[in-house]
Design a protein around this ligand. Structure first.
Ligand code: HPA
Ligand code: ZN
Length: 338
């Protein structure tokens, strides 16, 4: 069995995925037509050709503009459903999915509209595929902390639909410290916490995410390589990093996949995981991310297994559900080795 086949067959978890980053050019085009929105592109192909980025901000500008075609509950259902069908095709058995309420609330779309569309798709995927999905409510760090606090207030009636809270958007100039108060509130409510840190920002942002926000995982975190003490800390405490290889390549965090540090971090004993971030913008869903690093970095079958196990261990699933997935991974590996 080739490693590509193995990647496909292993049951996997995805922990770093922005649902707004799964909008395909085709769905963007269709929804623009449905709502009578004029896009600055003449065709689906032109949308696809616009996906050339020089850094995180150049991507975010296009990503927030694209999200404007999402208007009613069916749109949010379709967006989530298309991603969950893809999960099923790719043998993803558990997904922890971020959504950005502020992107939609600021356009006058009520919380009830997007959360209802998302949960309808999630329930259908649970029934039809046995897929488990947790939602992570993410705050936009380019906005003031007061806006995040207000978003948390608006989200209160829907918190039974949410498993964790996150922090995303433009990193540089918006350190985790800016959001200490809102994450204190989140912690008091008993939720898990994740934050993007060390994608473009310095290692000090990763320290702040750990020490001030009390994160359970760091999203990206690849710049930890620049700080020996941080590497030791992440290893000792096994704090998961949700790494997104194709995203790092597309946003020029690395110039070449051969220079990606995921294998180096894995060999150093850090709990690194593989994820797709914004797959339709970055050129690949989860399996394509695994294939890209296996090819570029010569990752072997045992290292691949460790990456997949790391994603299960780093999920927010209860222990018995983690054990069920782990034994399914063992089954696939015992077939692979025979
Ligand atoms: N970084 C920060 N914010 C984001 C990203 C990312 O990679 N994707 C969507 N929002
Ligand atoms: Zn991200």
């Amino acid at each position: 069995m080739s490693l590509t086949t193995l990647i496909h067959q292993i049951p996997k978890a995805e922990l770093h995925l922005h649902i707004e980053g799964t909008l395909t050019p085709e769905l963007m085009w269709c929804l623009a037509e449905k709502h009578g929105i004029t896009l600055p592109y003449k065709s689906v192909e032109e949308i696809r050709q616009a996906y050339l980025f020089e850094d995180l901000q150049s991507f975010l500008d296009l990503y927030y503009a694209g999200a404007d075609v999402l208007r009613d509950e069916d749109d949010f259902f379709e967006l989530m459903w298309a991603y969950l069908e893809r999960c099923h095709e790719q043998n993803i058995v558990h997904a922890e999915v971020m959504f950005d309420p502020q992107t939609h609330l600021h356009r006058g779309i009520e919380f009830d509209v997007f959360i209802s569309g998302f949960t309808r798709a999630i329930n259908k995927a649970k029934d039809e595929f046995g897929l488990s999905v947790y939602l992570i409510l993410s705050f936009l760090r380019h906005l003031p902390e007061s806006d995040a606090i207000e978003t948390l207030r608006i989200a209160r009636p829907y918190l039974d639909k949410v498993h964790a809270f996150g922090l995303d958007s433009s990193e540089l100039g918006h350190p985790p410290a800016k959001f200490e108060r809102v994450f204190n509130q989140v912690k008091e409510l008993g939720f898990k916490i994740v934050a993007h840190a060390g994608e473009e920002g310095p290692p000090s942002y990763i320290w702040e995410a750990i020490e001030l926000l009390n994160v359970d995982r760091v999203d990206h975190g690849v710049r930890c390589q620049e700080d020996e003490a941080l590497l030791d800390y992440l290893k000792e405490h096994q704090i998961p990093l949700t790494v997104c290889p194709l995203s790092n390549l597309k946003l020029c965090v690395v110039d070449d996949m051969k220079q990606h540090n995921i294998k180096w971090l894995l060999e150093r004993g850090l709990r690194v995981t593989v994820n797709s971030d914004d797959p339709t913008y970055f050129g690949g869903f989860l399996n394509e991310n695994y294939v890209a690093i296996v090819d570029a970095l010569d990752i072997n079958a045992q290292q691949l297994k460790q990456l997949v196990i790391n994603s299960v261990l780093s999920s927010f699933l209860p222990e018995d559900e983690k054990r069920t997935i782990m034994s399914a991974i063992e089954d696939v590996y015992s077939q692979h080795c025979n």
